[in-house]
Design a protein. Structure first.
Length: 451
């Protein structure tokens, strides 16, 4: 493809640093012709070299300060401004290679590292994100659809998975772990990652092999339901939410009045989110008297208005406090209280991989020189551990970053990072086993949803 900056027009190659944007024309036709800095597509989209995008942003910023700016230029200034908030950045190949080396150094030198994941790790599995140029919330904002829930970073709950199902028609049973999911599971097995905290409800981390004891699903799991009476948890091979019942209560919440049709028998409206968690199934766990409990089962999804599970959040907070490094993958780190877990307090190191900008980007660029004692430990490790051959001793003894900020796809980074941490032959053998792992995943899912 060609760079959309008119004064450039050179090819944007796969390994180039680039920016993908989509401006919001607010219903007006996108300007065409030579009078604009960018050759916008009819839908407001554009792909530019990263340096070219920086020039466009700088140029339009100076034009906005001029009172005599022509209308076409003023309109393009608004397009650029709207595109900036959802722009998706991609580092070039050489830059990602260098950053992967830095990340490998940090993972090796940190005594305890955890991962924090968001929607971006699952986009290549078939689930859309929320804040990207074509994200769910981005599109909603552009058409100004009314909503009964807040979408800013101040809310303390997750996106309702039921809403995602309705709008995006996600077929959860047919989702499979991405390369990044599987690579993260491998890093857990190898001891590089001690614990995983996720905002995702898709169940892909558990499916990839991460043990339940090392995983905190802050916003629930569409494959897990619990008894409202005894609290027994059921992990199912099928999607547990009752979409038909959910739609009834969503209509009620949106219209602010009780729908004319009859309320579903057996469903219960949640006092917190004003929707329903009822699945329609009953608990068959045996009581102390040897009889089935019979309590109503509910999904575990956190909707807007719901509070996070105290037990799960407390465990995540505990793991965050114990960690020396947090590896943030596919999240804009902007939904609280989940985002509060990602911080650089007490000298904690931070790695962020995402296509959009995050509030923590600046902190990832700080530098420090490791103390002599730490450098000695690293040098000793590099001679005693043969697997460190993927990262040179020289790289481990140079000043290293408190944080590393990678712009781009999670899968792309993880392919390179694995080769920095493990021998190439081991990675190739592991990649060759991927078809067998996919078969195993399929055996843990059913093809049809249960009623």
């Amino acid at each position: 493809m060609l760079c959309c900056r008119r004064l450039c027009g050179a090819a944007v190659l796969g390994g180039d640093a680039r920016v993908e944007v989509k401006a919001d024309p607010e219903g007006a036709p996108v300007p065409s012709g030579d009078g604009t800095l960018v050759a916008w597509k009819p839908d407001g989209g554009a792909v530019l070299h990263r340096a070219c995008w920086d020039l466009v942003v700088t140029s339009t910023a100076s034009k906005k300060r001029k009172r005599s700016c022509p209308e076409t230029e003023r309109f393009e200034c608004r397009l650029v401004s709207s595109a900036q908030s959802t722009a998706e950045f991609h580092d070039g190949d050489a830059e990602i290679e260098a950053k992967a080396t830095d990340i490998a150094v940090l993972l090796r030198s940190s005594r305890r590292s955890i991962a924090f994941t968001g929607a971006g790790i699952s986009t290549s599995a078939g689930i859309g994100d929320y804040r990207g140029k074509d994200g769910k919330w981005t599109l909603e904002d552009r058409v100004q659809q009314p909503s009964s829930v807040a979408k800013d970073g101040r809310c303390d709950v997750a996106v309702a998975a039921g809403e995602a199902v309705e709008d995006e028609e996600v077929d959860y049973e047919n989702l499979r772990p991405t390369y990044a999911h599987e690579a993260l599971s491998l890093l857990v097995q190898r001891g590089f990652i001690a614990f995983v905290v996720t905002q995702n409800c898709d169940g892909l981390h558990g499916l990839s092999g991460i043990p339940k004891s090392l995983l905190a699903e802050l916003h629930g799991n569409v494959f897990v339901e619990k008894c409202s009476r005894c609290g027994h948890l059921y992990e199912r091979p099928f999607y547990t939410m009752n979409d038909e019942w959910s739609e009834y209560y969503e209509e009620w919440a949106d219209s602010k009045r009780n729908p004319r049709c009859r309320e579903p028998a057996g469903a219960r409206r949640c006092s917190s989110c004003k929707l329903t968690h009822s699945t329609g199934r009953k608990c068959d766990s045996l009581t102390s008297h040897g009889k089935p409990c019979g309590g109503a089962l509910e999904d575990t999804i956190i909707n807007f208005g719901d509070k996070l599970s105290e037990a799960i959040l407390s465990r995540a907070e505990e793991e965050s406090e114990k960690s020396e490094l947090i590896f943030c993958i596919g999240s804009t780190v902007s939904v609280t209280p989940a985002s509060d877990l990602v911080n650089t307090r007490n000298g904690r190191r931070l790695v962020v991989c995402n296509r959009q900008r995050t509030p923590l980007d600046v902190r990832c660029g700080q530098l420090y020189r490791a103390p002599k004692s730490e450098r000695s430990e690293m040098a000793s490790a590099s001679t005693s551990d043969t697997s460190t051959s993927a990262v040179s001793a020289d790289a481990q003894l140079t000043p290293k970053t408190v944080g590393v900020r990678v712009f781009g796809d999670c899968d792309r980074l993880m392919r390179i990072l694995l080769r920095k941490l493990l021998p190439e032959e081991e990675v190739l053998a592991w990649e060759a086993q991927q078809p067998d792992r996919m078969k195993t995943y399929s055996e843990q899912r059913v093809s049809e949803r249960q009623s």
